[in-house]
Structure formats: C-alpha cells, structure tokens
Design a protein around this ligand. Structure first.
Ligand SMILES: *Cc1c(COP(=O)(O)O)cnc(C)c1O
Length: 792
C-alpha cells in the first residue's frame, strides 16, 4: 500500500513536476522525483508542528548560524520518515536503484567544518525532540570550494550545487525584508533615524527539517540576497547591458559564496555585510511573526530564544535593540533587558586569530546606527559595572570586539566541552565571568545518531537493533545495553564482520578512485578534519615517515600493517596548511610506490573531504586520530562520530576527548601528550622544540630526511620551511608531544594484534557513546539556555 503510493507519487512527480517521460529520464530526474515524493510526506507533519506551536503559543527557538553543513538530504529524509526500505522497493519496481540515486545527490556544503556540521545536527535533533525551532542562515549560491590535488597541491574550484534544481526548498518571494547598509543617522524629534545609503532584499527559502519517525518538522530558513531594483531599464535601452545589470550583481554578491575559513578572522567588508544581512533578516522575521499574535514586544523574551552560533551572527543583538528602540519606540534600557533575555551565545574557539573584531571605522561606515547602539551597550555596561577593567570593553583600540559584544548581550554564554568551557571561564572571559557569575555554562557538543550511525553504518545499526531492540536512534543511552555483549564472542565476531565489510567497501573505493591498493585487514588509521596546524596533521605525517623509516631499516621485521587515511581541506590562503597537504601527498607517493614496504604501510588522501565522504570513511575506521595540541580544539565532533562507530581513539586531553575517555573508559582509549596546563608551561621554555628534537633520534632522522628532499626529489628544498619551523618555532608543540605519541602508537599496534581485545574495546566504545547524541545537547540547551519545552 505505502509502496504503491510512493511508486505512483514518484512517477507523478517525474511526469508533472520534473516534466520527464519515464522512458527517457536520467538518474538526476529520478532523484528529483523521489525527493519531491518524500518531501510531500514531510509537509503534513511540518504544517501540524507549526499549527501546534502557534495554538499553544509555545516558546520558539531561533538558531542563527552563518553555516549549515548539511550534506545530502534524500536518504536522511527517507530514514527519518521510516521509508527507506519502501523507497528502495518502490524504485526497484521502476527499474531504479535507491542507493545509486541517493549517491548522485550533491552535498549541501554551506559550511566549513565542525561549526557548520554542528548546526545541521542540532536542527535535526530539535526536530526529533519536538523543540519548536527555526534555523536561520544564508543560501549561498556556492558552498565550500571543491578540493582537487594537482601534483600533490590543493587546488580550489567553485562549488555549484545550485546549478542543479534543489528539490528540498520552498521559495518564498513574498517573505522578504529590506536590509540597509551605510548612509547617515539623523535625529528627528529626539529619535534616531537611519537613512541607509544602500539596500538589498533578503528573500526567504525554506527547507523543512524532519525528525526521527516524522513526528515533528521545523524550518531551516535560508536567505538569498536580491536587488531592490532589478535593473536600470534606461541604461539597458541605451545598450549599456553590463552597467544595467550592475545593481543586481552587487546585491547578489552578498549570498554568492561562503567564506572558506572559520578559524581566522579577516576584516572584510563583504563578510560584515553577509553577517548583518543574515542577522537583520532573521530579527525582522522573528519580530514580524511574534507581533502577529502579540500586542507589543514587552514579553518577547518569554516567547523567543535566539542562539548565536559563535559571534558571526552577533549583530542580531544590536539589530534587535535598534528595531525595538527606533521602530517600536521602546526605552533603550528596556530593549537591552529584553534582548539579553532572548539571546544565548555559543563560543567555539579560544584561538586569538579567530576572534572577530571589526574596525570602528568599517562598522561606523557600513552600519552607522549599529555602531551608535554598540557604544550605548558598552556605556550601559560600564555604568552598571563602574569598576569594570578596560580590557572587557566592547569598543577598544578602535575595534569592536564581537566576543565581548556577544557576552554582554547574552543571558547565557556556553563553551562546547567541559574543558573548553572551563578555559572560556578562566582565560578568554575571565574578567567578564567575575562580573557575571553563572552566565558561562557548558553544553558539550553532540552528533545526530540518525545520520552518523543509522545512515552511515547500516550494518552496525542493524546489528545493534538485533541485539538490543529497535528505537535506540532516539534514545542513544540505550546503547549501554550492548555492554554485556562485549564479552560474547559471537557478538564481537559480528561486530568486527561489519567493520571488515565497511573496510572492504572503502578499500574498493580507494582502489577505484585513487588507484592505490589497500588491504582491508590492515589497521585503518583515520584523521579526517580541516587541515590546521593546531589539529597537528603534521605530527601524524611525521610519525608516518618515522614508521616508513623503521621498516626501511628493518625490512624483514614484523610490523602491524596500517593504512593511514587523511581527509580535509585547507583554507585557500593558509600557506602552512597547504604545505602540510603537499607533504602528505608526497609521502603517500613515496610510501605507496615502495615495493619494500608492501601492505605494511599505505597512505591515502582522497580529495574533497565532505559530509558524504565522512559517512563513507568513518564506519571503516579502526583508529581515530584526535591529536590536537591540548587547549586548542574546543570540542571536536569528528571524535564522537568515530568512537560511536567503533573506532578507538588515540588522542590528547583536548576538547570533548576528555569526556569521551571518561565515558568509554580510560582502558579503551589511547591517551598521550601534555595537558592544557603543561602546554602553557612548556611554551615558556623558548628552546622546547630543539630540546625535544635532540632527545628523539627518530624525529631528528625524519626531519633530516625531509631536509634532504627524500620526499620531494624534484625540489629538494620544498620542506625546508616545515623543518625550520619545527626546529625553531613549533608553536603547536609537535616535537614536545612526539615521543609520547610514538609510545601510544606502539600500544595501538600491540592492542590491534590481540584481535579479541581490540574487538571488545571497539564494541565498548560504541556501547558507551550515548551521551554524545546531539539530542542530549539540545535538551541541555532547552533546559539551561532557552527555557523551551518539547511540544511532543
Ligand atoms: C564532523 C565533521 C567535521 C568536524 O570534524 P572535527 O574532527 O571535529 O574537526 C568537519 N567536516 C566534516 C565534513 C564533518 O562531517
């Protein structure tokens, strides 16, 4: 019955929505038809959710994020609707293969990495829990660039997902707001009047986000930028076509591309415009919706919670105050209090180079009224705290500090792991914490088990359901029920058979796409994440070279076979990260073509790591590399995905690694390296790098091989920069942690040789990761930040 209906709907959409004859339809056409048929089934629960929220006047949560790293949607929607098997069967009747169609979908890559992926997991969890919510972001025409390697170097090409039809969005041209920039502020009858010098239109595109079992659906509303005047007809008629289209081109620039970096701050005018564009459209939309059913804005904070995903949307605060004061004639102090009641701020980084600051000149030029309001906020805070240190001022050194602005505007500020939140308190916002005790809290990040286990690893998901019953996807603590089976040889065999099958699939894929043969019996040692010095891919590749060197020195020796898997993109302008990419590829070339090495060591680095590649690689991982310099990785979520899928972690006490280790048990985690405090102490010794290298023969040999050009014979000095930085700077303490990293890697080898022990450890990782479901994170936010309740 449902299968017949779905089949008929797919055919109907193929003909009447896509406009294709089934006899001549491509797999693209079939995928669109399938998407429309699935989307139809989200619409009813979506309407019902909105109606219920409205009728019960529920508190709504608005999640503001410049990034949503969604990935593919078809399979996720099918799974949450409980229609995956039905869709597969319906398509089979039509001569189509569900998996092939699903794999044909381009990733929605509207984000850089962890921060954007977190926003996507949170949208899905809010829908699963029934938390009435909206996501607000930008509908970038071009998401994160595509990565290719040319002679081992990263080359970026534009991403073009929207050249295909995007079947999951509903265009809402009637839902549009004017966004102003520049111009002047005048006083009229004692009130500020801002007359913008430029305006664009923010136009809404809605994507329904359906939760597990289709019980609730929320909206992800993405804004596209449109011109206020389409084009200059007079110029056009004169034949000056380029000039006629200029206003349109300029306006559309705002939602044209995602900035390809979220770990360094760049004071670019276009980025400031993007941030204000999103924040203003969101706040205008929130107020419009609220005033449809409320008299005035005096109770706004009882009905509206606004979460800032990092400081990128922080102009939402001043914008909210501007609209309340300038447009709704509210007193500034009242507006400030209400805005604070609405706003929560999530900090994602302590890295000084990533903390957003805008020159007062740029802010004053692009957003003159907001600059005034920011100064009023700062003055009000100074008045309320007359002895506040100058270092906490929002405006200081001719810059607007978005972290301080976000902190002062929010009633709750949270870090993203226990360790990180502690450091936010003790370092970044130490003085503000003293003025506002209790404002800083922790909400440890999480991941959605629907995508990161049920979808990505169906073999393991089915084994879990057979073992502990159905329904764990929405109650991940139930994985604890696997623990007793960790002593059951039959269960462990099946657990490892799933892993073996996932590895075989990756091995086939690697062979087909990279032309490198890897044995599925080798240990798959995986480091997939953005390339950044603090994440220390360099340490991993140096250790890889050390391992290669060991085998070369002892070619008859016994070594545990390993496949080193790397994945990740560098920001286009990040020269050091790009050198590391080049080095990994150069090492791969030498190692993989060395007949003396054979299966004992392989290095693979498939280009263009994204959500879909993560879904393929993570279920095949034996070892998860989480080796950042302690104190630098705020949380990490890749670490959670890998552990949940039965990979053991080799890691430092950084970010959520600390909590993962506590949950899975210290005996099931390979710990190494300095603590965050030790890192701070160690850096005080200016000779830390040289001392560590001189004390470690293996590391010194590796650097010597690099200096000699052993991995870049065509350009022997290619890695002199890396070698020089290792000896003389080594800001992220690769050398100081190297020996302990090698020690831990040797322990990993020993554990892997004992297959039963390894299987038990891996299964216990899966069994004990329930805490890291993003459902738990969202419940924490609902209780501790938003004051929101499930409507289910
Ligand atoms: C989860 C994820 C990340 C974050 O990985 P970390 O290891 O936490 O940095 C980045 N990119 C993609 C595609 C992901 O799925």
């Amino acid at each position: 019955m449902t299968q017949d209906n779905l089949r008929d709907d797919i055919l109907h959409h193929l003909k009447f929505t896509v406009g294709k004859d089934p006899g001549h339809a491509s797999s693209y056409d079939w995928r669109l038809a399938l998407s429309f048929a699935l989307r139809d089934r989200i619409v009813e629960p979506w309407f019902a959710s909105t109606r219920k929220t409205w009728k019960e006047d529920r508190k709504r949560v608005f999640y503001l994020s410049m990034e949503f790293l969604i990935g593919r949607i078809v399979e996720d929607a099918a799974i949450n609707l409980g229609l995956q098997d039905t869709a597969r069967a319906a398509l089979a009747e039509l001569g189509q293969d569900f998996d092939a169609l699903a794999d044909d979908e381009p990733d929605a890559a509207l984000g850089n990495g962890g921060l954007g992926r977190l926003a996507a997991c949170y949208m899905e969890s809010m829908a699963t829990i029934g938390c009435p919510g909206y996501g607000y972001g930008i509908r970038y025409e071009h998401g994160l660039f595509r990565q290719r390697f040319e002679a081992g170097r990263q080359v970026e090409t534009p991403e073009d997902w929207l050249t295909q039809r995007h079947p999951w969005e509903f265009e809402r041209p009637e839902c549009a707001y004017t966004i102003g920039f520049k111009g002047d502020v005048h006083e009229v009858d004692g009130r500020a009047v801002w007359t913008p010098g430029e305006t664009v239109i923010a136009s809404a595109y809605d994507m329904p986000v359906v939760g597990w079992q289709g019980r609730w659906a929320n909206t992800l509303r993405l804004w596209g930028a449109m011109p206020t005047t389409l084009f200059d007809l007079e110029r056009f008629n004169r034949g000056d076509f380029t000039a006629a289209a200029e206003p349109e081109t300029l306006a559309r620039t705002i939602s044209r591309v995602l900035y390809p970096d979220d770990t360094t701050y760049q004071g670019k005018e276009l980025r400031l415009k993007q941030e204000y564009f999103m924040a203003s459209a969101a706040i205008q939309d929130i107020l419009r919706r609220y005033l449809e059913s409320h008299e005035d804005l005096s109770q706004l904070d009882e009905h509206v919670a606004i979460q800032l995903n990092d400081t990128h949307p922080a102009l939402a605060g001043p914008e909210l105050i501007r609209l309340m004061v300038d447009e709704h004639a509210m007193e500034f102090d009242t507006a400030m209090r209400i805005a604070q009641g609405c706003l929560g701020y999530t900090n994602h980084t302590l890295l000084p180079e990533a903390l957003e600051r805008w020159s007062t000149w740029l802010m004053g030029t692009v957003l003159p009224r907001h600059m005034q309001i920011i100064e009023m906020i700062d003055a009000a805070h100074a008045t309320a705290h007359p002895d506040r240190p100058a270092s906490v001022a929002i405006v200081r050194g001719n810059e607007v500090h978005m972290g301080e602005l976000s902190f002062i505007m929010a009633h709750k500020v949270n870090g993203v792991s226990a360790l990180h939140s502690g450091l936010v308190k003790s370092t970044l916002f130490h003085e503000l914490d003293a003025l506002h005790p209790g404002r800083i809290i922790n909400v440890t990040n999480g991941i959605t088990p629907r995508r990161w286990l049920r979808l990505a690893n169906p073999g393991l998901a089915d084994l879990i359901s057979e073992t502990i019953g159905e329904g764990w996807e929405a109650d991940l603590d139930r994985l604890k029920g696997l623990e007793p089976h960790a002593d059951d040889a039959g269960f462990l065999d099946r657990f490892m058979a799933v892993k073996r099958a996932n590895k075989a699939a990756v091995s086939n894929w690697v062979s087909a796409t990279l032309g490198v043969t890897v044995s599925p019996d080798a240990m798959f040692d995986v480091q997939v994440k953005r390339i950044h010095e603090y994440k220390r891919q360099l340490m991993n590749v140096l250790e890889t070279i050390a391992q290669w060197h060991e085998i070369k020195k002892n070619p008859g020796g016994d070594f545990v076979p390993r496949v080193k898997v790397f994945g990740g993109k560098s920001a286009p302008g990040y020269a050091v990260a790009k050198e590391i990419i080049h080095l990994i590829n150069d090492v791969a070339r030498v190692v993989n073509n060395d007949p003396e090495i054979g299966d004992r060591l392989k290095v693979v680095y498939p280009p263009n790591y994204n959500v879909s590649m993560a879904e393929t690689l993570i279920p095949a991982a034996d070892l998860s590399e989480q080796i950042s310099t302690a104190g630098k990785e705020a949380s990490g979520t890749g670490n959670m995905k890998l552990s949940l899928n039965g990979a053991l972690t080799i890691g430092t006490l950084d970010g959520a690694n600390v909590e993962i280790r506590e949950h899975v048990g210290a005996e099931n985690f390979f710990l190494f390296g300095m603590t965050a405090e030790e890192v701070v102490q160690r850096r005080k010794n200016v000779n830390h790098a040289r001392m560590a290298i001189e004390a470690n023969d293996a590391l010194r040999d590796v650097l010597q091989l690099l200096a000699e050009g052993r991995f870049s014979p065509e350009q022997p000095d290619r890695y002199h920069g890396i070698v020089d930085r290792m000896w003389h700077h080594d800001h992220y303490l690769v050398a100081s942690d190297f020996a302990d990293y090698q020690r831990a890697q040797a322990e990993v080898d020993a554990a892997f040789l004992d297959r039963d022990r390894w299987a038990r450890m891996a299964a216990l990782n899966t069994a004990r990761m329930g805490f890291f479901s993003s459902d738990r994170s969202i419940r924490d936010y609902m209780r501790d930040v938003w004051g929101a309740e499930s409507a289910l």
